[in-house]
Write a protein that binds this ligand. Structure first.
Ligand code: GLC
Ligand code: CA
Length: 556
């Protein structure tokens, strides 16, 4: 297996809007990130991923870009960004940008031109279609944000055509069949690389290619999601024929020309369909975020979790690469989802970290995860901001669902759970800002915050620091071959990793109850050495406490 820096990396994801406000407007900014570079460096992460920082009307918190080559003034200036990059590089850290290539804002100059006339040179940069004979939309697709009446098409009076928007109507989809568009995108990406950035997280990257002829979705829409008959079918634009040619061209014209890492956000992708994107001989992208665990609408069972990890380990063994994460800016907080955010918050928080860091793939830590931040569970829809939650809420209201029921359905999955301000200390706005932040602070910041975490040697924070330090010292954590063991235990996740004579055994009890286990014979377990555990006292009789996790070295 080839060794590269991005396989060994631990990436720290920053949601700039919610990280640190320095100019007292209640919105996080780039100077706030600069201020905390030492904090991230001290934790040990070596790459920072910034959610979109470009000029944007903020319809979808920056995923609606109006100018790819300028910085959102609320976040700062290009000079601030250059300073952030230089300061990160000075500390031996890298910075990757979130790049949105599936759509732009409707305020982007390309779209402003495109909508002017059918003859405009930018017309073809977006997906325009005439109405059907009866005036209705070109097909039955529904937008993913449940906006308006739900269609993925918006009618334009001026030119008497519809344009496609899989997300918000303020985020028209780009037309990747258009060569001029592709060339403009490549120069923009190369411009960022020449500025010195170290890679891209590629938003919705497997959706760039739309299906030939834009046919109706054949899959019936499950009520109650769209009462108007439009079908929210994310399969329609995922992994379409032609997508690999597009990515190979992106790679040839941009990615391969710089020493950068690329991680694709790829919904509707399995360990099988992922291979052509990430195989080292494909020359497309380095790795993908799959959604089989973190963003699955359903909570996966423990056997499913083990199966998913096993399949992705196989992808790596066969020449691909992977990612390990349980939270990002689109999912609930990991402790609330996969652990226990009350009685066992600290234990389960440490256990989930140990699980993530010891399985194959590049590790991604989402801001606040390292101090065990949990979901916010707002009780008033007015406190929610993100379009997906608000759109679904409005749809349910129209269907006569009560506000309480609607909120009950949305609360656990809302993307706002991870978008509340970073909790630095116990002051009124959690040290994020001196003024009222753009989004409410989680009231639990009085006891869950960075200041407290750093004071307490037994806090979750020090488990993260120790795990990252272990990764830097022991290549087995990065390159080790992965073998599941003890599969007979329903609620235990256990596996070995082995590399260059070093062999480790990991055992996790992923439930709020005790579990007795027997270590497998033949693994040299008599000579095991405990490298890390999440409880102070270890019961060597192999009785695992609730959410207990252990990392052993079992080689000589
Ligand atoms: C991705 C982003 C999400 C955004 C969407 C549209 O899924 O992660 O935050 O809303 O793309 O750009
Ligand atoms: Ca600010």
């Amino acid at each position: 297996m080839n060794k590269t820096w991005w396989k060994e990396a631990v990436v720290y994801q920053i949601y700039p809007k919610s990280f640190q406000d320095t100019n007292h407007d209640g919105i996080g900014d780039l100077r706030g990130i600069i201020q905390h570079l030492d904090y991230i460096h001290d934790l040990g992460a070596d790459v920072i991923w910034l959610n979109p920082i470009y000029a944007s009307p903020q319809v979808d918190n920056g995923y609606d870009i109006s100018d790819y080559q300028s910085i959102n003034p609320a976040f700062g200036t290009m000079e601030d960004f250059k300073e952030l990059l230089a300061e990160a590089h000075n500390r031996g850290m890298r910075v990757i940008l979130d790049m949105v290539l599936n759509h732009t804002s409707d305020q982007h100059k390309w779209f402003q031109e495109s909508r002017k006339s059918k003859e405009n040179p930018y017309r073809d940069y977006y997906v325009w279609r005439p109405a059907k004979a009866d005036g209705s939309e070109p097909n039955n697709w529904g937008n993913y944000f449940y906006e308006g009446r739900g269609s993925a098409w918006e009618w334009e009076e001026a030119t008497q055509e519809y344009y496609l928007h899989n997300y918000s109507k303020h985020m028209p989809d780009l037309n990747w069949d258009c060569r001029e568009l592709r060339e403009d995108i490549y120069s923009m990406l190369n411009w960022w690389c020449d500025l010195g950035i170290d890679g891209f997280r590629l938003d919705a990257i497997n959706r760039l290619q739309k299906p030939q002829g834009l046919p109706d979705s054949p899959r019936p829409c499950a009520p109650p999601v769209n009462p108007y008959g439009y079908i929210v079918d994310r399969e329609m634009c995922a992994n379409q024929p032609g997508i690999h040619e597009l990515l190979k061209e992106l790679n040839a014209k941009v990615f391969s020309r710089h020493d950068i890492m690329t991680v694709g956000e790829t919904g509707n992708l399995t360990s099988v369909s992922a291979m052509p994107y990430i195989h080292e001989d494909s020359h497309e992208i380095n790795m993908v975020f799959h959604f089989e665990i973190a963003k699955n609408a359903r909570l996966v069972s423990v056997p499913e979790y083990k199966d998913i990890q096993k399949r992705w380990a196989e992808v790596i063994r066969k020449g691909g690469w992977g990612t390990q994460y349980l939270t990002n800016h689109d999912s609930p907080r990991q402790i609330s989802r996969f652990g226990n955010d009350t009685e066992f918050r600290v234990e389960s928080g440490k256990m989930l970290a140990m699980l993530t860091h010891t399985q194959p793939g590049t590790v991604f830590v989402y801001q606040g995860e390292e101090i065990g931040m949990v979901n916010v569970y707002f009780t008033d829809i007015m406190d929610y901001d993100e379009r997906y939650t608000v759109g679904k809420y409005n749809t349910m209201m129209e269907q006569g669902v009560t506000p309480e029921e609607a909120l009950d359905k949305l609360r656990m999955m809302s993307r706002d759970n991870v978008r509340t301000p970073m909790q630095w200390d116990q002051s009124v706005y959690a040290g994020f800002s001196l003024v009222k932040p753009w989004m409410k602070v989680n009231p639990n910041h009085t006891y869950i915050n960075v200041e407290k975490a750093l004071e307490d040697p037994a806090s979750i924070w020090y488990t993260y620091k120790a795990l990252i330090a272990l990764r830097k010292e022991h290549p087995v954590m990065v390159y080790g071959d992965y073998q599941p063991v003890m599969e007979e235990y329903q609620n235990v996740v256990a596996y070995t990793r082995e590399y260059a004579g070093e062999k480790w055994l990991m055992v996790f009890n992923v439930q709020p109850f005790m579990q007795t286990v027997e270590f497998p014979a033949g693994l040299n377990v008599e000579r095991r050495r405990l490298l890390m555990g999440n409880y102070a006292s270890i019961d060597e009789a192999a009785r695992l406490k609730p959410y207990e996790g252990r990392i052993y070295c079992i080689s000589e």
